[in-house]
Every structure is written in structure tokens, then in C-alpha cells.
Design a protein around this ligand. Structure first.
Ligand code: FAD
Length: 248
């Protein structure tokens, strides 16, 4: 199917983009890798797409001693290829490499993935596990672990966009484990387990809702009531494998 008729605007300044997004029926566009299929299926019918890709404020990175701030329009491929710095001792490039296939990674963005809030996507879980902070156009700083409220629902207000994501630096040598269980390499996850050594974090993702931080791997049996028994077992396997990878 083809999308319903829409207008396309490509503002060069953030203020112009926000003014356009304040209009009824306007929707932000980043890589289009989730939005375009949804428009083709007519699950969404925006009147105007406001293209964020040209906005200088959403591109590039800023590094401090404590963190790296990634512009929301940073692509999966830029993270995979090390075009942008990695504050996570290899975790972020590893995750980026496992997202879809290269054509999707060339266009899909960190900000678009978080805003889309698919529970089975990689970045919502990874950013929550890393204790990242999401910076928005309303000058809000939202902890990634509280950003996703429900499947495809975030803490963003209407007209508010993600400008950047601040990822704390892991200490040098801090280990991590990432286990994405899916049917084929590059597909969305059936279960995600993430273990980070320092600061100690354990997380179950792709759990049909926001990712869940855990104290122990065994907590997957009690902390994921929304999942059926088989999916709970899969979540437990993913978390234990992530722990084993971290400790190997
Ligand atoms: C075949 C295929 C396989 C895939 N496999 C995976 C996978 O294994 N793992 C995975 O994590 N993802 C996967 N994806 C999704 C991919 O990572 C998308 O790139 C990502 O989900 C959306 O990013 P985008 O930049 O394309 O956003 P878009 O599609 O442009 O936008 C997505 C949504 O976010 C909104 N939005 C975009 N940018 C912003 C912003 N800055 N602020 C506020 N709202 C914004 C849009 O309005 C829209 O609602 C796959 C996609 C495809 C097509």
C-alpha cells in the first residue's frame, strides 16, 4: 500500500521545526524506518511530516569527562562504525551492529528508535540499562528508564521532540553482556538481557512493555507478570546469558 497524501517540510532551524510540529496533524520524521512502513499500512496518517534530519542541533556529539551527548539524529550505522565516540566499552557498537540490516542502520536513528518506543527494539533497553538521559525540546531531562511508559508510548508531550541522548561513560575496563534472542540475526528481539558490571545493572528488555531493571536474574520469574510462562522463561535465559557473557 501507499501512504495517504501528506505534506513534507524540511526546516533548517529548530524553532521553525517546533512551530510546524505545533500544528494539528504534524509528525516528526527522522530515518523513516519505522514511520514509513506505518504510513504505508495507513496505521498513521500525518498531515505534515516535519523532517528533523537537517537540524544541526540534532546532529553531532558533545563529549565531557562524564558522558557523551549524542544528537538524536545519530544513526545506528554511525554508532556501529565508530564515527561517533563510544562511552560504553564496545556495548553500543555491538548493539548497533545487530539492528536490522545495513540499509536500515544507515537511516534509522537513536532518537527515532527511542521515540517510536517499540518494546522489542534495542535502544530503549540499552539506554535504560546504561542510565542514559533523554534531552527534549522542552528542556526536560528524562531518565531513559522512565521514558517509555507503555508499548509505543513515551513521556514526550505533543509537539515535544528528542534533541539528544546523554550516555554516561562506563569506567575503563567495566565489562558488559548483551543477549538478544531473535529468530534471525537482525530481527527485532523476542527477549533482551543486559548486564553491566560497573555501575552494576541488570535489565530484561523486549518484555511487551517498558524494560525492567532487576536485582537478580531470578527476578524475571516474578517481575514480568505481563508475560506468559514461556516468555518469562525466555527473559530469564536472556538475562542469565548476558550475565555469563559479562563474567566470561
Ligand atoms: C526491516 C527492519 C528491521 C528492523 N529491526 C530492528 C531491530 O532489530 N532492532 C531495533 O531496535 N530496531 C529495528 N528496526 C527499527 C529501526 O531501528 C528504526 O530505525 C527505528 O525504530 C526508528 O528510527 P527512525 O530514525 O527511522 O525513526 P522514524 O521512523 O523516522 O520515526 C519513528 C517515530 O519516532 C518519531 N520521531 C522520530 N524522531 C523523533 C525525535 N527526534 N523526537 C521525537 N519523535 C521522533 C516519529 O514521528 C515516529 O513516530 C527495524 C526496522 C526495519 C524497517
Amino acid at each position: 500500500m501507499k501512504p495517504a497524501v501528506f505534506d513534507h517540510a524540511s526546516p533548517a532551524e529548530l524553532n521553525d521545526a517546533l512551530a510546524l510540529l505545533a500544528q494539528p496533524g504534524a509528525k516528526p520524521l527522522s530515518g523513516g524506518q519505522s514511520l514509513s512502513p506505518m504510513m504505508n499500512l495507513r496505521l498513521v496518517r500525518p498531515a505534515t511530516l516535519v523532517d528533523l534530519k537537517r537540524l544541526p542541533g540534532l546532529r553531532g556529539v558533545m563529549a565531557t569527562a562524564e558522558h557523551i551527548r549524542f544528537g538524536a539524529a545519530t544513526t545506528h550505522a554511525e554508532i556501529e562504525d565508530g564515527v561517533v565516540p563510544d562511552p560504553t566499552n564496545g556495548l553500543m557498537p555491538h548493539v548497533a551492529h545487530g539492528i536490522a540490516y545495513r540499509a536500515v542502520r544507515n537511516r534509522g536513528t537513536l532518537g527515532g528508535s527511542l521515540a517510536h518506543a517499540d518494546p522489542a527494539a534495542d535502544w530503549p533497553s540499552v539506554m535504560a540499562a546504561l542510565g542514559a538521559t533523554i534531552l527534549t525540546s522542552q528542556s526536560r531531562r528524562i531518565p531513559a528508564e522512565r521514558f517509555i511508559l507503555a508499548p509505543f508510548t513515551t513521556a514526550l508531550q505533543p509537539g515535544e521532540i528528542i534533541l539528544a541522548v546523554e550516555v554516561p561513560r562506563l569506567p575503563p575496563g567495566a565489562r558488559w553482556g548483551y543477549c538478544k534472542i531473535n529468530r534471525k540475526i537482525g530481527e527485532f528481539a523476542k527477549a533482551i538481557g543486559i548486564a553491566i558490571e560497573t555501575p552494576r545493572r541488570l535489565l530484561a528488555g523486549a518484555v511487551e512493555g517498558p524494560p525492567v531493571l532487576l536485582d537478580r536474574a531470578e527476578d524475571t520469574a516474578t517481575r514480568l507478570p505481563q508475560l506468559d510462562a514461556a516468555a518469562q522463561r525466555l527473559a530469564g535465559i536472556a538475562v542469565r546469558r548476558a550475565l555469563a557473557m559479562m563474567e566470561a
